[in-house]
Design a protein around this ligand. Structure first.
Ligand code: ZN
Ligand code: FE
Length: 255
């Protein structure tokens, strides 16, 4: 079983992703940030759109739903919990549910925090996750609707995936995130190295996405509220990790 992922930049700093199953001739777009960019990516790959996988309702994730559905007749899969805010939704999915893309198994996880209805798609046969605006490389989504505690629980679901899992997040925010991360855990050698790698990639105009679960666990401050260095630095030694997480999130909001 195989899927091919085609990634392309769109809007200011979003990524578009097409997921293609050559065996069944299926193609999904993860979210619909930009109809023109998605249509030209489809044309370039010579693929026909069959599905939209929506992570959450924000305009840069669902804005193209209705037009793409009109143009291609594709099926829209989104959170049942948030069905009223997912334009054109056809298939409602819920936490823990297994759904199929061709013969590829996808586990749905509800990850409230950035929005209450956010979901992520875990392609378990390919060790690949599409996480929208829940987890970013070296960052995590802003808490527009949910609480820090909800977001921490959501991130832990992703942290339980195997370390080698490829993580496709929806925005190229890594360079700015690295700058913040270094203020939270400056002595972290893996983070220092990642910062160098990221600056190098961006200088060459290349993407820092996808990342991996293992790399994020070693470098992303939002996944490291148990780090002794972070707790010491924030003068929160021995405090519950969810409190440390909330503190890191609020520091980032004001960074
Ligand atoms: Zn969003
Ligand atoms: Fe977004």
């Amino acid at each position: 079983m195989s899927i091919e992922v085609f990634q392309f930049p769109c809007l200011q700093d979003n990524y578009g992703f097409l997921i293609h199953d050559p065996e069944k001739g299926l193609t999904a777009t993860v979210d619909t940030p930009d109809v023109d960019a998605i249509m030209s990516a489809l044309k370039k790959k010579n693929w026909l759109l069959t599905h939209i996988l929506n992570t959450h309702h924000h305009w840069d994730h669902t804005g193209g739903n209705l037009e793409l559905k009109r143009l291609t007749g594709c099926t829209i899969i989104g959170s049942g919990v948030d069905e009223d805010r997912i334009p054109g939704i056809d298939v409602r999915v819920y936490d823990g549910e297994e759904t199929l893309f061709g013969e590829n198994r996808i586990i749905i996880h509800e990850t409230p925090g950035h929005t209450v209805g956010h979901i992520v798609f875990h392609f378990i046969d390919q060790n690949t996750g599409f996480v929208g605006d829940t987890l970013f490389s070296l960052g995590c989504g802003r808490l527009f609707e949910g609480t820090a505690e909800q977001m921490w629980n959501s991130l832990q679901k992703i942290m339980q995936w195997p370390d080698e899992t490829l993580i496709y997040c929806a925005h190229e925010y890594t360079q700015a995130n690295a700058e913040f991360a270094l203020t939270i855990e400056p002595e972290n050698k893996d983070l220092q190295q990642r910062n160098l790698d990221v600056n190098h990639l961006r200088k060459e105009g290349r993407a820092t996405v996808p990342t991996t679960v293992g790399l994020e666990k070693k470098t992303n401050p939002f996944l490291r509220p148990d780090s002794v260095e972070i707790q010491t630095h924030l003068q929160m030694t021995g405090e519950p990790v969810e409190k440390v997480f909330a503190r890191i999130r609020s520091l980032k909001d004001n960074f």
